[in-house]
Design a protein around this ligand. Structure first.
Ligand SMILES: [Zn+2]
Length: 305
C-alpha cells in the first residue's frame, strides 16, 4: 500500500508570496547575496525528535538547495530571525494513529501472505502424495486380481503351477500391503482435513483484512485532507507533522523554497510542487522546474536592483 503524504497546500498558497515586494523583504540573498539564516525555535517533545537531529535534518534540507546550484542558500544560526517550529497538533496525533494502523495492517497482510505461501506448498505436497497413493492402489488392485486368478486355477486343480503355501504367502503379503496403504490413506485424509481448516482460516483472515483496508481508506479520505504539514509566513516556518525523516527533510526544503520567495510548480516530481507526490524522497534532487523557478526569482531581483 502506498503511503499518502502531504505538503502544506492551501496555507502555503494563501500566505506565501503574493507580491514581489514581500519576497524581497524576506530575501536576504536577494539584496546582500548572503545566505538566509534560520534557527530552530521550538520542538514539541511529543515528536521525540532531538534538537541535534532536527538541525541535522534542516541542514540536509538546505543541502538540497546547494547541491544542484553550488550556492549556499541557508545557514543555521541560533540568533537568526527566521525561526523553524515543530508544532504538534491533533492532526499529528491522528496521523500517528493512522500510521500505526497502517503498520499493523501491513504486518497482518505480510503474515497472511506467508501463510498463504505455506498453504500453496502444502497443497502441492498433498496432491503429490495423493497421486502416488492412487498409483499404488491401482498396482495393488492388479496384484489382487492376479492372485484371484491364481487361486481360481489352483481350485480348478492346476496344482503343478501353484502350491498352497505359496498362495498363502502371497495372500499374507497382499494383506500387509493393503494394510499399509490404508494407514497412509488415513494419514493423507487427516492432512487434507487440516489443510482445509487452514484454508478456511485464511479466507476468514482475508475478509477481515479487506474490511480493515476499506476502513483505513475511509479514515484517510475523511481526515487527512485538511492536514497541512508545513507553513511559511514572514519570519517563521511551522511544521505540523511528518511521516518520516525523509518526509521532514523534504517538507523543510519545500518551506525553505517559500522562504526564498518561490511559489509552487506544476511538476509533481519537483520540490516546489504543492504536495509530496512523485518526488524521490530518499535521494531528492532539485528538478529543472525548481531551478527555473529559482532562476526567475533571481532575474526578478536583479532587475529591481
Ligand atoms: Zn508550499
Amino acid at each position: 500500500m502506498k503511503k499518502i503524504l502531504w505538503w502544506g497546500l492551501s496555507l502555503c498558497v494563501g500566505i506565501g508570496f503574493q507580491t514581489t515586494s514581500f519576497a524581497q523583504n524576506n530575501l536576504a540573498m536577494g539584496s546582500s547575496n548572503q545566505p538566509l539564516k534560520y534557527r530552530i525555535a521550538f520542538i514539541d517533545p511529543r515528536f521525540q525528535l532531538t534538537r541535534e537531529k532536527f538541525i541535522e535534518v534542516s541542514q540536509q534540507a538546505a543541502e538540497i538547495w546547494q547541491k544542484e546550484t553550488g550556492k549556499t542558500y541557508f545557514i543555521y544560526d541560533s540568533q537568526a530571525q527566521l525561526s523553524i517550529n515543530l508544532i504538534y497538533d491533533d492532526h499529528q496525533m491522528l496521523k500517528d494513529e493512522q500510521q500505526n494502523n497502517l503498520d499493523a495492517l501491513l504486518q497482518k497482510q505480510e503474515a497472511w501472505r506467508i501463510k498463504n505461501e505455506e498453504i500453496v506448498l502444502n497443497k502441492q505436497e498433498v496432491a503429490q502424495l495423493s497421486s502416488d497413493l492412487n498409483k499404488r492402489k491401482i498396482s495393488l488392485k492388479a496384484e489382487f486380481e492376479q492372485y484371484q486368478q491364481n487361486v481360481t486355477r489352483f481350485n480348478q486343480g492346476e496344482h503343478r503351477y501353484y502350491r498352497a503355501d505359496e498362495l498363502k504367502e502371497q495372500q499374507n503379503q497382499l494383506q500387509q500391503k493393503s494394510g499399509n496403504l490404508q494407514n497412509e490413506s488415513n494419514s493423507l485424509n487427516y492432512k487434507i482435513q487440516l489443510l482445509n481448516s487452514k484454508i478456511r482460516e485464511l479466507n476468514e483472515e482475508q475478509s477481515d483484512l479487506s474490511s480493515l483496508k476499506t476502513q483505513f481508506k475511509l479514515e484517510q479520505k475523511t481526515s487527512i485532507h485538511p492536514f497541512h504539514k508545513g507553513l511559511f509566513s514572514q519570519n517563521q516556518i511551522q511544521i505540523y507533522g511528518y511521516a518520516s525523516l525523509n518526509d521532514l527533510r523534504l517538507t523543510l526544503a519545500h518551506e525553505f523554497g517559500h522562504a526564498l520567495g518561490l511559489k509552487h510548480t506544476t511538476d509533481p516530481k519537483s520540490l516546489m510542487y504543492p504536495r509530496l507526490k512523485e518526488q524521490d524522497i530518499h535521494n531528492f534532487k532539485l528538478t529543472d522546474s525548481d531551478l527555473e523557478l529559482l532562476g526567475s526569482i533571481y532575474s526578478l531581483i536583479k532587475e529591481n536592483h
